[in-house]
Design a protein around this ligand. Structure first.
Ligand code: ZN
Length: 91
């Protein structure tokens, strides 16, 4: 590694990528009137993909505590057939 290359490295290969952080707020923390209920399949449906997978926290924006509650609620709802384990199977 030459000195020139090393000098170039910090700024040389910088991609033009705009970094902006919009702080996601957990909707369940923000609004205490919202409750996570395993019987409420309509609202739990929001946290699943159309294939029936649970949406990850980094996308849903829920905090760890509430994501855990969502996860349990979805799993409960699946066992009583309110939510699918696997979504639509038409490819
Ligand atoms: Zn929360």
């Amino acid at each position: 590694m030459t000195a020139a290359f090393r000098r170039q490295k910090p700024n040389g290969f910088k991609k033009k990528r705009r970094v902006f952080h919009r702080r996601k707020v957990c909707r369940f923390c923000a609004d205490s009137s919202l409750v996570i209920d395993y019987k409420d399949s309509r609202s739990l449906n929001y946290f699943t993909t159309e294939r029936g997978k649970i949406i990850p926290r980094r996308i849903s924006g829920a905090c760890a505590k509430h994501q855990r509650e969502i996860q349990t609620a979805i799993k409960r709802a699946r066992t009583i057939a309110l939510l699918p384990f696997v979504g639509t199977f038409d490819m």
